[in-house]
Design a binder for this molecule. Structure first.
Ligand code: NAP
Length: 678
């Protein structure tokens, strides 16, 4: 049978493997099925192509342009996912596994596309945090900004999620405006190759934005600079080797690592048999052990249960694991497919043997188990294997040996402090879960174990209907963990995009900060226009454009009328003596909401026009009380504009109310939706 040639995509060309290519095995049959890699790959040309062609094209686009590009790519991949499913069965994955890898990857891209539009500006500079006041007079200010790195992101991925593993890195990288070179693990590189081909064929990506290395990277990492990033997912051993290379260290090249991890799940002391939590726990553990045949970086490797519940939990797990149909991943009845290849199977058996030195196997015999519709001897099949460690305090290997397959160890704990101590013995993990209906238990675990884990997942009867599972990293939340887990963080919304940008502290005048951030900052030059800004369309409004109203005197009748009309007869507005006793007020004062209402009446342009609606107020503060006889005037400035859809965008106005002494009475941001057409 001829072998599948898994190509690389380098500097605009597809490059076939050469005679030294690495060989790829079919997980289900054990037969050789493909080859990948070419020693003659010109890695310098790839880096140059990314830096000189892909990077500039991506950086020309705004965050919103790139978000729209991601959305279109995700939709395009969605239309071609059947081809990806069909190919992925050879990796040993079932259809349920494909949903995590392929649909999960596409979903991740959609979330980044949406966050890019909502949380990032339609501009080239991302503002990180608020303006910092660095001088008394407000003429010298600070602002952190982020701009895309001008190099390339090299993504080195693990074999277990050939699509999700690529897309969860690609989405934030491209949103940042940085080109990527993707290097999938050879074992499943053919699936990644197809996904890359689908993306490139769509014509959505600018040239040089995405390249692919199937097989070895050659000396690419030796040629990186401070503008490049390596994002690695894989074993702790490979991560250590790559990140400690002198060239990487000497040049402070960013290295984000997602490594293996001894994740744990705790059965809460309250979750005794008979509670919904106990059943939920058993279900989650079984699912984590068998999904992707346990080849998940987030899978539950250690199961922590109160001593009293050990026997009941083992019994329940035996029953559930015993129902797991193992076999041909294409067959509908199959619940667990094969490991990725026979070398991975050997590795898992070796690690299981190490765990077996400290724990007794209580379920799953790798020598005797049933495989349906496939050759169990030739393919990389294993049964789920559950170990019981009777003395987890004395043990060490159960806390540090990752068998990257359907292997997990159950151990008992005495009390919650003991559970926390044990869960932290993983020395840093991607995720720990706690199944409990007791919020105090959750709080105690968060305080005791939070620092050791990138994610804490709590679940119980209230959330189980909608919860996403212990093992699912979500694009909104950070994925990564301290210590053994690599010390990295991916995703987490915009946080993940920041890995591909440089944060720069900008110091300067209000005008300079306004120009850089396209967001008006206080004390910047005002632009006064002839016409009222409410008469002009979204695109005709300028940042910094300002109107000042005439003053209006507030009378006692106004205050009484407002009190009677709204029913707000709070004593500070009605009773002079009582108001005087209050440390905030000199006597009877106007309602804050009366002032806001007057302000609206003072700055409004009443005719039908491009302002469609007032959609809210942000950051409202009342600074100084207003008494009858005082006067107020309003200043309204265009602070920021954000396109929302094809018809209109949001305008954020900075509004201040001042009294007859020029003192600030109130300050807020007004939000309106403004039409693109006047
Ligand atoms: P691996 O053997 O460490 O390989 C990871 C990646 O590194 C592969 O693409 C591999 O390519 C590449 N690689 C290996 N040596 C290299 C070198 N000298 N230069 C450049 N690249 C090199 O890990 P794996 O077996 O694929 O994945 C399993 C491990 O990944 C498990 O330990 C699992 O826990 C971890 N994992 C972690 C996460 C996470 O998010 N934290 C997710 C998934 C998996 P080749 O395949 O071509 O050798």
């Amino acid at each position: 049978m001829s072998l599948l040639d898994v190509k690389s995509f380098a500097a605009g060309e597809w490059i076939s493997p050469d005679d030294n290519a690495r060989l790829i095995e079919n997980a289900v049959t054990g037969a050789l099925m493909g080859r990948a890699g070419n020693d003659a790959l010109d890695v310098q040309a790839m880096l140059d192509h990314a830096r000189d062609v892909g990077g500039p094209a991506l950086r020309k686009m705004t965050f919103h342009d790139r978000a729209r590009m991601l959305k279109a790519l995700a939709a395009h991949l969605g239309q071609h996912k059947q081809a990806l499913y069909d190919l992925s069965f050879a990796t040993g994955a079932t259809q349920a596994d494909h949903l995590i890898d392929i649909d999960g990857g596409i979903g991740t891209m959609f979330v980044f596309a949406s966050k890019g539009r909502r949380e990032m500006p339609d501009a080239h500079v991302y503002l990180d945090g608020e303006v910092e006041q660095l001088s008394r007079g407000g003429t010298f200010l600070g602002q952190h900004i982020a701009t895309p790195l001008q190099g390339v992101a090299v993504h080195i991925n693990a074999f277990n999620f050939p699509v999700w593993g690529m897309l969860e890195k690609l989405a934030p990288t491209m949103l940042a405006g940085v080109p990527a070179i993707v290097k999938p693990a050879t074992a499943t590189s053919y699936v990644t190759e197809l996904a890359v081909k689908i993306m490139l064929d769509s014509g959505i990506l600018p040239a040089g934005a995405v390249q692919l290395v199937s097989g070895g990277l050659g000396d690419m990492l030796e040629r990186l600079t401070c503008q490049d990033v390596v994002s690695f997912t894989g074993s702790a051993e490979t991560a250590f080797k790559l990140r400690s290379a002198p060239h990487i260290l000497r040049n402070s090249i960013r290295f984000v690592a997602e490594q293996d991890s001894l994740n744990a799940s705790i059965l809460g002391p309250d979750a005794v048999p008979g509670t919904p939590e106990f059943d939920l726990f058993v279900k989650e553990v079984q699912r984590e052990m068998t999904t992707k045949a346990g080849q998940k970086c987030t899978a539950i490797r250690r199961i922590l249960v109160p001593h009293a519940q050990i026997d009941a939990t083992i019994d329940a797990l035996r029953t559930r694991l015993g129902q797991t149909v193992i076999g041909d991943p294409k067959a509908e009845a199959t619940r667990m497919g094969a490991l990725v290849n026979t070398s991975q199977k050997r590795d898992v058996l070796e690690k299981a043997a190490i765990i077996g030195e400290e724990a007794e196997r209580v379920f799953g015999d790798p020598e005797r188990f049933e495989v349906h519709n496939a050759d169990g001897d030739a393919g990389a099949f294993l049964p789920p294997m559950l170990f019981h460690c009777a003395d987890p305090d004395a043990a060490s290997r159960v806390h540090d040996t990752e068998a990257f397959g359907p292997v997990s160890t159950i151990m008992g704990y005495r009390d919650l402090d003991h559970a926390i101590a044990l869960v932290n013995r993983g020395e840093g993990s991607l995720v720990a879960s706690v199944i409990t209906h007791d919020s105090d238990v959750a709080r105690e675990v968060a305080m005791g174990a939070g620092a050791f884990h990138g994610r804490l997942y709590f679940n119980n009867r209230d959330s189980m209907g909608e919860s996403t599972g212990h093992g699912s990293p979500l694009p909104h939340m950070v994925h990564g963990g301290p210590g053994r887990a690599g010390g990295g963080e991916e995703m987490g919304g915009v946080r993940g995009v920041m890995h591909y940008m440089q944060r720069t502290a900008i110091q300067g005048s209000p005008d300079i900060l306004t120009a850089l951030g396209k967001k008006w900052v206080p004390n910047a030059t005002e632009q006064v226009t002839e016409t009222h800004p409410f008469t002009r369309s979204f695109h005709d409004l300028h940042i910094g454009e300002t109107i000042h109203t005439d003053p209006r005197v507030i009378t006692l009748e106004d205050i009484e009328h407002f009190a009677a009309f709204t029913g707000d007869t709070f004593y500070a507005h009605m009773d002079d003596a009582a108001a005087k006793r209050n440390p905030f007020f000199p006597g009877r004062v106007a309602h804050g909401y009366l002032l806001l209402s007057f302000a609206a009446g003072m700055f409004v342009e009443p005719s039908e026009g491009p302002v469609l609606a007032n959609t809210g107020l942000d950051n409202l503060r009342f600074m100084k009380p207003v008494e009858a006889g005082d006067s107020i005037k309003v200043r309204l400035t265009v602070k920021h504009k954000t396109p929302r859809n094809e018809e209109y965008g949001e305008v954020r106005w900075h509004v201040t109310l001042t009294n007859q002494e020029g003192e600030l009475v109130a300050e807020y941001e007004l939000l309106t939706m403004n039409a693109y057409q006047a």
